[in-house]
Design a binder for this molecule. Structure first.
Ligand SMILES: [Zn+2]
Ligand SMILES: [Zn+2]
Length: 446
């Protein structure tokens, strides 16, 4: 799409059964400009300077005569009524929150490679069975990720351990030792799946550098999260979860080889996700906590210069049951910047939109699997700002603000995605008060 073409952005407003369309010209509307809807109410076209731009709308509107743009004005917007009396299906109707690569979509033929360099991590047949962690466990796992324990949470009173063939008493004790509430333990050749990661035993994995422990654990009670790196490119791909006795592999660090399983080294197509993994995580937090404000905190540092500061921040008080984080190896991350947090305000967790623009080119790698389909894509509209770790630390003490912890690399990638997605929006929609506005694509199933 030529950058010279006017931007056309449409968003479905389900609650008021309308669809908003915005046209923004580079300078101002030329004299010959005209707009129209197709007879079926599914497309909006703009004719100007002898060119026609067509946008597939994210919903079907009543075919009506619409007001023509006035020459000399820069931006126009329309509110169009939806066609028909029937309810419009949108992403928010889904009763369950399902992101990319849930267990039901995976088989023993599933092959996962490093997203950055293609080194095979989970080879064909390495995992015989994939199982979703039960959804009530997601919230627990998220609590586990917190570096600050919310004062009103009393998880320690409910200890449960899930491990097939285990002796309950022993596991309960071990679980208590960590102060965590629910414990999953990795099982050989079983892939446990949650929203953001796979929990696997190292035995049948390949392409991972063996984790190096640079210092002995000073506190025998606390598990440490030691980063795991791809043997091919040294990118951080997960961490060694000592409590779960396995490797946690981040979904966003992986690409799934699709088809041609016999030549997994040179797959003919790859599935990869970032935005839709993070939007699924945020949607789960929003629905379980009933909040709209989320602070994304870096936990494991994948930024070399930030390791010490981050360790300082994450250093638990003597009574904290939460694990310390360590990064024992230098990362190949190109982003040598100070760690920071993202403050998010999500009032519209589920929208449908279409835009004739593309997001920032540096995001093209991620967007391959997350393109806006012709009928419009599902997304989460996010107001965001980058804040210091100090600001973030005091913000998460406030009621109604939830904390989500991600590795620093993922925080940076989230910021890039949000910033890049603003190019899909008209200029007037890229800011709200002192917030930046961005879109995170949502997963719509396979
Ligand atoms: Zn913290
Ligand atoms: Zn790699």
């Amino acid at each position: 799409m030529s950058p010279q073409l006017p931007l056309i952005y449409a968003e479905l407003l389900v609650n008021i059964r309308q669809l908003s369309v915005i046209v923004a010209f580079q300078t101002s509307c030329p004299k010959d400009a005209s707009v129209s809807l197709t007879a079926d109410g599914k497309q909006f076209s703009l004719r100007q300077n002898g060119k026609i731009s067509v946008l597939h709308l994210p919903g079907q509107v009543a075919s009506i005569d619409i007001q023509q743009p006035l020459p000399g004005v820069k931006e126009f917007s329309w509110r169009l009524p939806l066609a028909g009396p029937q309810r419009v299906l949108h992403a928010g109707d889904a009763p369950t929150i399902e992101g990319p690569w849930s267990a039901r979509t995976l088989t023993e033929n599933s092959v996962f490679s490093c997203r950055n360099c293609g080194t095979v991590i989970v080879g064909k047949g390495a995992i015989k069975e994939w199982r979703d962690l039960p959804s009530e466990n997601w919230a627990e796992m998220m609590d586990f990720w917190h570096c600050h324990k919310p004062a009103d949470h009393k998880h320690d009173q409910v200890d449960t351990t899930i491990k097939s063939g285990s002796t309950g008493g022993l596991d309960l004790e071990r679980s208590r030792g960590y102060g965590a509430s629910t414990k999953f333990v990795a099982q050989d050749q079983v892939g446990f799946v949650d929203i953001t990661s796979f929990l696997l035993t190292p035995k049948h994995l390949s392409g991972i550098k063996s984790p190096r422990y640079s210092e002995p654990s000073t506190d025998g009670h606390k598990p440490r999260l030691t980063e795991l790196h791809c043997a091919g490119c040294n990118h951080a791909i997960g961490y060694n979860d000592e409590q779960a006795e396995g490797y946690k592999i981040w979904k966003w660090a992986m690409a799934e080889s699709v088809g041609h399983f016999e030549q997994a080294e040179t797959p003919c197509s790859m599935g990869r996700f970032f935005s839709s993994i993070i939007s699924t995580l945020l949607a789960a937090v929003i629905s379980s906590q009933g909040c709209s404000r989320i602070v994304v905190m870096p936990n494991i540092s994948t930024v070399p210069s930030g390791v010490q500061e981050l360790a300082d921040h994450a250093a638990p008080s003597t009574t904290s049951p939460y694990p310390t984080t360590t990064c024992s190896m230098p990362s190949s991350s190109p982003h040598a910047i100070e760690p920071f947090s993202l403050s998010l305000w999500i009032l519209s967790p589920s929208i449908r939109y279409s835009s004739n623009q593309t997001a920032s080119p540096e995001l093209s790698q991620n967007l391959q699997a997350e393109k806006t389909p012709k009928e419009g894509g599902a997304a989460m509209k996010v107001f965001w700002k980058a804040i210091s770790l100090d600001e973030a630390g005091s913000m998460i003490e406030k009621p109604g603000v939830e904390e989500v912890a991600l590795p620093m690399d993922a925080v940076i990638e989230l910021q890039l995605n949000l910033r890049g997605s603003a190019l899909l929006l008209p200029e007037s929609g890229r800011k709200f008060q002192d917030w930046e506005v961005g879109l995170l694509d949502k997963y719509e199933g396979s």
